[in-house]
Design a binder for this molecule. Structure first.
Ligand code: GDP
Ligand code: IMO
Ligand code: MG
Length: 423
């Protein structure tokens, strides 16, 4: 078997897009299995930058087949815009397919995402407002519209009519909003369905056959472990399972189909949106990471919250995802910081906590305990091997391996696909 899963080990935006792009070069298939257009993956190649939301990063290679799996929630409007943008950049889309079981994000999902966030006031999650939560809720509630429904005009008409009545009642009566118009949505979305119909198929069966025959398959993670619906900082999470276990359900294959699990992390921690963040820095170092690391969201443009690396979180990621190794990105961003810190555990009421707690309400009373490391001043962006890194940078990486009990196999020293060191 020749398969690898790439999974976010923190709160998303770990630089997954870059690593996926590197691995996609030698892949036969790249599969997205979870999330939707809430994801924003940046791929930098020379002087070209691509920002991908729904389309797997393998699209940039003409020989790689790209699957949007059954576990993804597909916003047809966003997907078509993304396809058109890539086509205008000279990227071929002939190797893109969407699973028939994938659910469709409709305008009422986005409207309800907005309204629910507004109604939550101070308790808002800070979602990307892409309709992700409401779409997955409909999937669980068994009232969702799947690609297979969407591409059959009569089935789509009937399902939309029924569900829109219910959604309009909620929009108007619960939230005091304005009802959405059936005819407008139907005619607009019918056109999208017509364009997407030719690329819809039963992808799980093809993927299984490919894996059996030894093809190279990369599972592309979106979001990150701490945003997982079960294991993350609930309720400040996304509505899917962006962990390796979730990739199986979302790609239509079993756990034995994944041979290696590569966790992607930054050399520090960031988070967008609300929710607890034990190692968050509200000081000059936090500002340094924000500005030097250009920590602004790919999807929403929001400034990302920044903090020290947290080994408690990384250990959770190692466990939940069964990580076989870690890729540490953005080591270059730490250059110039005299003393670096990594949280090794938390202290709660005098007691040592080495595992991330289930009850996030206690996190505000948890004090992270840090180990300090000497920094380095050198620019790392041209380093090509581990031995070329300053000794203190090498020590920092080795400390991560020790604290997580997981080997580091790749180190990012810049945004370009070539700025990656194999350890
Ligand atoms: P993703 O959602 O995990 O794919 O990550 P994003 O693309 O949202 O955010 C990661 C950002 O860091 C992007 O702007 C990348 O171009 C950039 N990036 C990735 N790896 C590195 C690295 O090693 N060094 C630097 N300086 N930037 C990186
Ligand atoms: P990539 O794939 C970072 C966060 C949102 C919010 C929470 C719920 O680029 O790493 P949602 O819209 O999913 O209901 O929002 O999850 N979030 C992300 N944060 N990177 C992402 O994706 C994210 N996708 C969702 O900011 O806090
Ligand atoms: Mg991102």
């Amino acid at each position: 078997m020749n398969t690898i899963a790439l999974v976010g080990a923190q709160w998303g935006d770990e630089g997954k897009g870059k690593v996926i792009d590197i691995l996609a070069e030698t892949a036969d298939y790249v599969v997205r299995a979870t999330g939707g257009s809430n994801a924003g993956h940046t791929v930098v190649s020379g002087n070209k930058t691509y920002k991908l939301h729904l389309i797997p990063s393998g699209i940039l290679y003409p020989h790689t087949k790209n699957i949007i799996g059954n576990g993804v929630v597909v916003d047809p409007k966003v997907l078509l815009e993304e396809m058109d943008t890539l086509a205008a950049q000279g990227v071929s889309l002939k190797n893109l397919v969407i699973d028939l079981r994938a659910h469709v994000v409709m305008p009422y999902h986005k409207e309800l995402d907005e309204l629910a966030e507004k109604a939550k006031g101070d308790n808002a999650i800070g979602t990307t407002k892409r309709g992700i939560g409401p779409c997955y809720a409909d999937k669980s509630d068994r009232i969702g519209i799947r690609m297979i429904d969407f591409i059959q005009p009569e089935v789509f008409a009937q399902k939309l009519k029924t569900v829109l009545e219910l959604k309009n009642a909620i929009i108007t009566k619960v939230y005091g909003g304005k009802a959405l118009d059936y005819n407008e949505i139907y005619s607009e979305y019918l056109e999208y369905a017509k364009r997407l119909a030719p690329i819809t198929t039963d992808t799980g069966a093809e993927l299984y056959a490919a894996i059996k025959s030894g093809k190279r398959v990369v599972f592309e993670g979106a979001q990150g472990t701490l945003l997982d619906l079960d294991s993350g900082t609930y309720p400040f999470v996304t509505s899917s399972h962006p962990i390796t276990g979730g990739f199986c359900a979302g790609a239509g294959v079993g756990p034995t189909a994944i041979k290696e699990c590569l966790g992607i992390a930054k050399s520090y921690t960031t988070r967008v949106g609300a929710g607890p963040f034990p190692t968050e820095l509200d000081d000059e170092v936090g500002k340094h990471l924000l500005n030097v690391g250009h920590e602004f969201g790919t999807t929403t443009g929001r400034a990302r919250r920044c903090g020290w690396l947290d080994a408690v979180i990384l250990r959770l990621a190692v466990r939940i995802n069964g990580l076989t190794s870690l890729a540490i990105n953005k080591l270059d961003t730490l250059s110039g910081i005299k003393k670096l810190k990594i949280a090794t555990h938390y202290i709660l009421n005098g007691k040592k906590l080495t595992d991330f707690p289930a009850d996030i309400s206690i996190l505000k009373d948890c004090t992270p305990v840090y180990k300090e490391y000497d920094g380095w001043d050198e620019d790392l962006s041209a380093c090509k091997s581990f031995s070329e890194l300053p000794v203190n940078a090498q020590k920092y990486i080795e400390a991560i391996e020790k604290l997580t009990d997981c080997p580091v196999s790749m180190i990012g020293v810049g945004a370009d696909r070539h700025q990656m060191i194999n350890k």
